[in-house]
Write a new protein. Structure first.
Length: 595
């Protein structure tokens, strides 16, 4: 019953938070009004700015912010025990993450849909704007290049997920044209598009052969490995998604994917209930609530501060501020929708993170195949259950906690839950892998568009004539794709294939991403102060999200120095200096007379 109590307790906690704390933020703190002019209406160009149905926008926003973060982060953090991971997800999401996303959305909507860089310029200073834009460009380049590798890896590991993911593109384009050009019913088309995607998953599981990218290294050289070829195709798609009108591809694709994601989350939740009520799944009997000494012995870093960095998207993530202020604010139809999309979208991601924790504990305990020991190649795998099954996935070294392995843990646990409501395990596994791949795909295209916005704003602010060409969306997008492609083309290590280069800078991303969250809340705090409103509800989480990531980054810097990794050492120091500089700029602004 512990599984059911955790699930329902968390879900009801999120619902109560939305109708109490979320409503207080909207009505009392930010004092939202439906009479406020919206950039989607005033600046409408039907490319980036377009007023959008709140449910369509919610789907776009949620699928973009989710990515693989709320899956991989909690799946790794469970190694410290499920209780600290659960507490950080629930309380971090309610009081920091959802507040952060909502704040970024409101600030951008009140500043003509501009990104956080331009908002920082208006709220704090021009210096703050430049510093913020530099950090944002750096982080977005890492995200785009790494997610290209992530999706390419997922396609390679789970080739049956390829067709359902790619088939969503033509479905999305047809949906966008039908709704915006020919005024078809959105509800009817939602059912049709979901039916097509479900049919593609069914056919991929039983009829279509798995789509395996051929290894062309023998003919074309080492750059033609499957990971690299998939990455190139994905970046070409990202260019198109960034320059096309948002209503034609990006928005309807996210909406189509969101329908599948909602259904899959519902199936996982339903299977969880059945498994818990029938005694098949029990968190308390499968995994330890707290496991600090064992994790330390396995090479895991200290739970403080790294739990709060490992679980980012499920509790709070600076990337969400880029989405809220980059694409979502330009489509917000009414300020009344800000709470639903900004605060509510993050709460749904918290629900996803809770389900991931349960999949990686109680779900795994329902049964997984043992891994063959390398020293016993002749041994046959057996079915493991309970704590034995959990230890088969979490009893190894911290360095074994990689993307592929943790996605596989979630897929196995989630498929076990869905299997309890009658879905064959092989079909459930394909459904789970498509869920992960769709989440990743809906992040990479939006991150490219966001990088295009940042490049355009940087070019516009520097005012140098040769750089003005980058204010054009085509050239800015081309530069964004080239930057991400350059990172992706590199090798992350001499023994790794080309296409993994973004992973070179990945150790900086966790702390850097959380620092952006803290800086966003700092900008929001200064904004409220200038409006003569107490900023404490933003300032307290802002301090937390500045101190903890800088603490984590400082620990990492000592490791970089010990390993003579001067590239990461220099870049990490640069991020800390920029963060401190931005905080100083904010403090200086506070001591100036209020406008």
């Amino acid at each position: 019953m512990s599984t059911l109590l955790i699930a329902f307790g968390s879900f009801f906690g999120f619902i109560i938070a939305y109708h109490t704390y979320g409503k207080y933020l909207a009505k009392k703190l930010f004092r939202l009004s439906d009479d406020e002019p919206m950039p989607s209406v005033e600046l409408r160009d039907n490319i980036d700015y377009i007023p959008t149905n709140r449910f369509v926008l919610f789907g776009h926003h949620f699928t973009t912010i989710a990515g693989t973060g709320p899956i991989v982060g909690p799946a790794i953090a469970v190694m410290w025990g499920w209780l600290p991971a659960l507490l950080w997800v629930v309380f971090g999401c309610i009081f920091i993450g959802a507040v952060h996303d909502f704040t970024a959305l409101v600030l951008s909507a009140r500043h003509k849909g501009q990104t956080l860089g331009d908002v920082a310029n208006r709220v704090i200073s021009p210096t703050a704007r430049l510093l913020f834009l530099i950090v944002l460009l750096f982080m977005l380049a890492i995200i785009t290049s790494v997610f290209a590798n992530v999706i390419a890896t997922l396609f390679t590991m789970f080739p049956r997920s390829v067709i359902p993911v790619w088939i969503s593109l033509p479905v999305a384009i047809v949906l966008g044209l039908a709704v915006y050009r020919y005024n078809f019913s959105l509800i009817l088309l939602s059912f049709v598009s979901l039916f097509i995607l479900l049919c593609s998953i069914l056919l991929s599981a039983y009829v279509f052969p798995p789509v395996i990218m051929p290894d062309m290294t023998a003919a074309w050289g080492p750059l033609a490995n499957p990971i690299m070829l998939w990455s190139v195709l994905l970046l070409i798609y990202c260019f198109a998604a960034s320059v096309l009108p948002v209503w034609l591809l990006l928005q309807p694709r996210d909406y189509v994917n969101s329908q599948l994601l909602y259904l899959t989350l519902f199936l996982i939740a339903a299977g969880l209930c059945v498994a818990a009520l029938t005694g098949q799944a029990d968190v308390a009997q499968t995994a330890p609530a707290l496991r600090l000494e064992e994790a330390k012995a396995a090479g895991a870093p200290s739970i403080f501060p790294f739990l709060f960095i490992t679980i980012a998207c499920g509790a709070v993530s600076g990337f969400h501020a880029l989405v809220s202020s980059g694409t979502t604010s330009k489509q917000l139809k009414s300020m009344h929708d800000a709470q639903f999309v900004g605060y509510g979208g993050m709460l749904l991601e918290g629900i996803l993170a809770v389900l991931v924790i349960l999949c990686c504990t109680a779900g795994i305990g329902m049964g997984v195949m043992s891994k063959l020991a390398s020293e016993e190649p002749s041994s046959m795998p057996t079915m493991l259950h309970g704590s034995e099954a959990w230890l088969s996935r979490y009893g190894g070294h911290w360095s074994d906690m990689k993307l592929g392995e943790q996605v596989a843990v979630f897929v196995d646990g989630g498929a076990n839950f869905v299997n309890t409501i009658g879905m064959p395990i092989e079909l459930a596994a394909v459904l789970m892998t498509v869920l992960v791949a769709c989440f990743a795909a809906t992040t990479i295209d939006s991150s490219t568009r966001l990088m295009r916005y940042v490049i355009q704003e940087l070019a516009g602010s520097i005012k140098t004539k040769p750089l003005q060409v980058l204010t054009n969306r085509y050239t800015a997008t081309l530069l964004a794709v080239v930057l991400a492609g350059f990172l992706a083309t590199l090798r992350s290590a001499p023994d790794r294939p080309y296409g993994t280069g973004g992973l070179i800078l990945w150790p900086l991303f966790g702390s850097g991403n959380q620092i952006i969250a803290g800086l966003t809340l700092i900008v929001g705090s200064v904004y409220l102060w200038r409006q003569k409103i107490s900023p404490l509800l933003l300032l307290i989480p802002a301090v937390i999200m500045i101190v903890i990531p800088i603490w984590g980054m400082s620990v990492s810097l000592t490791e970089f120095y010990a390993k003579s990794n001067y590239l990461l050492l220099t870049l990490g120091l640069g991020i800390i200096i920029i963060a401190v500089w931005l905080v100083v700029e904010a403090i200086r602004r506070v001591y100036k007379p209020r406008d």
